[in-house]
Design a protein. Structure first.
Length: 196
């Protein structure tokens, strides 16, 4: 991938990460997650064959579909409890802090390992940081599930540079689907009627 195309992919990845964090509408958040998986596929395809990298894309979009269909069948309610910080200014500052930390640590990790490309490392670490922010600042199961999936997508970008095994790709796709299914179950659990 050319350097300018990699920069475009990383800029779009930053926009989707910010959209995941700042958006309040669950539909936009799922759209950003789907776009993040597409960009993850583009970054992973630098080190894996397209057929193997497509496993990440299909697994991520299936997880997004599971969360979307579950959320669609739930009654509308506030996304997060009011005691969690939802100010766009605060979330923007937190995201800016993640960008600063990742921009400082990505070149150092790439130089230390001599195996990673600095742009790929930046994308993976950025998604990990945004996922941690979402998990830490969300009070809903839906937000925590999105955060875990974002964190896992960032880990997959980094791990793809190290390992090219078909088994590992399948297991990571199963882990992604497992997180989505567990989140979907926990989102529906309060609406299920108790059995006698």
């Amino acid at each position: 991938m050319d350097a300018w195309l990699l920069n475009v992919v990383l800029a779009l990845l930053a926009l989707t990460g910010l959209g995941l964090l700042l958006s309040r509408d669950w539909r936009w958040r799922l759209g950003c997650l789907g776009a993040a998986y597409l960009l993850t596929f583009l970054l992973v395809s630098q080190s894996w064959p397209l057929e193997l990298a497509a496993v990440k894309l299909v697994g991520g979009w299936m997880a997004t579909a599971v969360l979307g269909l579950t959320r669609l069948n739930l009654p509308e309610r506030p996304a997060d409890p009011p005691d969690f910080p939802r100010s766009p200014f605060f979330l923007g500052l937190a995201a800016g802090l993640v960008i600063v930390i990742v921009s400082g640590s990505a070149p150092a990790l790439a130089a230390w390992s001599r195996q990673f490309d600095a742009g790929i490392v930046w994308g993976g670490l950025f998604l990990i940081g945004m996922g941690l922010l979402q998990v830490g600042l969300s009070g809903s199961i839906f937000g925590n599930g999105l955060g875990l999936l974002t964190l896992l997508a960032g880990f997959e970008i980094l791990y793809a540079e190290v390992e090219t095994s078909i088994l590992v790709a399948g297991l990571l796709a199963l882990l992604t689907l497992g997180v989505a299914l567990a989140s979907a179950y926990l989102m529906q659990a309060p609406t299920l009627e108790p059995r006698e």
